[in-house]
Write a new protein. Structure first.
Length: 184
């Protein structure tokens, strides 16, 4: 259980590479156990995620952004998004990950709200979407609780080499994610 110290959000930068790679690994190893292969999850996942995040953060465009969530000064989660990524669905939330020990504390919602605020201010399309493995039912339920709907089902070439079913979860409107006092 978290103490009452507030969680702070900071704009992601290249300086956050190690923290983001570590968080990504910890999240995947817990959330994707039984979805991605054990050999992949137990392998050199950290080097893989460092390489991915080095490229993403070093080559970030003005249409990409992210947030690092910290609790008591320690990184506990992050989100990364691309504005107007899809002409039908809008802004892509490419990554949303939390340490398992910090799930259920409102941090995931805070990260999605931060993404929605930027999308509301800067995107030309009012929607927000993300992809979620079909077997990741906990995440799917979380997105639905926040107003998303499962709108598309595909087979995805997962990073472990397997083809896995995924759902596109979409918010056609940002209203469910924005604070009540923010006008649309």
């Amino acid at each position: 259980m978290l103490n009452q110290t507030p969680v702070t959000l900071h704009v992601l930068s290249v300086a956050d590479l190690e923290a983001v790679a570590d968080l990504h690994c910890a999240s995947w190893r817990r959330a994707y156990r039984g979805i991605l292969s054990d050999a992949y999850l137990d392998g050199d996942l950290l080097s893989d995620r460092r390489e991915v995040w080095h490229l993403k953060l070093a080559m970030i465009t003005d249409r990409q952004f992210g947030w690092l969530a910290k609790h008591d000064g320690e990184p506990v989660g992050f989100a990364f998004a691309s504005l107007d990524d899809d002409h039908t669905w809008g802004t892509l939330v490419d990554n949303l990950h939390l340490l398992p020990s910090h799930q259920g504390a409102g941090i995931g919602r805070a990260l999605l709200t931060a993404v929605a605020k930027v999308a509301h201010a800067r995107a030309t399309h009012p929607g927000l979407f993300l992809w979620c493995y079909e077997q990741n039912t906990q995440a799917g339920a979380f997105y639905e609780h926040l107003g998303a709907e499962a709108v598309e089902h595909i087979m995805y070439a997962a990073p472990d080499g397997n083809a896995l079913p995924e759902w596109r979860y979409a918010w056609r409107s940002l209203v469910p994610l924005l604070p009540a006092q923010e006008p649309i």
